[in-house]
Design a protein around this ligand. Structure first.
Ligand code: IMP
Length: 178
């Protein structure tokens, strides 16, 4: 990093390590979806760089769409997701792969899975770059997982810290917002 952005404590995952992992995930996905044309659903905004790299590393045909959701509440009982931007096309009968930046409590993802499952896709799977297993509150199956990380607050590679640092090519640990 040529500049020292405020609040950054350390580099957690380097650009090289991310590139290697994205290739590994793409190879597995390409092999599992042979003969299919999956719809990659990126959850905005955090997944935009990961999805762009993953999609280019696939050697199968695919389609891409995005959803934007916002979540409220922090428990299983009262968490709600509001769809701010929905998919452009129906997904009935499609192989759908959700592409997420980080799974933290899993509450957002579990609600999105419910919403999308009700639309009767042929298959519905999850790919995430980062996973914080120690924070999990909702039971979600992660089919493709980049890195398990500890309970730290990260930014970079599309992921923000108060809307900043999405453009950093590596993943960094930032001081947790208070
Ligand atoms: P969950 O519903 O708790 O799993 O929330 C996951 C979402 O929270 C991710 O898609 C991110 O948008 C956000 N998030 C969780 N951990 C971090 C982090 O360390 N840095 C930035 N955003 C995070």
């Amino acid at each position: 990093m040529s500049f020292q952005p405020e609040g950054i404590e350390s580099v957690l995952i380097t650009e090289d390590a991310i590139r290697t992992k994205v290739r590994e995930l793409a190879a597995r996905i390409s092999s599992d979806y042979q003969g299919s044309q999956p719809l990659l659903v990126g959850l905005l905004k955090g997944s935009f760089i990961f999805l762009a790299d993953l999609a280019r590393a696939l050697d199968i045909d695919s389609e891409i769409d995005f959803m934007t959701v916002s979540s409220y509440g922090n428990s299983m009982e009262n968490s709600e997701v509001r769809i701010l931007k929905d998919l452009a096309e129906p997904i009935a009968g499609r192989d759908v792969l959700i592409v997420e930046d980080i799974i933290d409590t899993g509450l957002t993802l579990s609600k999105i899975l419910d919403v999308l499952a009700a639309r009767h896709p042929r298959s519905l799977k999850v790919c995430t770059l980062l996973n914080k297993p120690s924070r999990r509150k909702a039971d979600v199956t992660v089919h493709y997982n980049g890195f398990d990380i500890d309970d730290v607050f990260v930014a970079g590679y599309g992921i923000d810290f108060a809307q900043r640092y999405r453009n950093l090519p590596q993943l960094v640990v930032v001081r947790k917002p208070v």
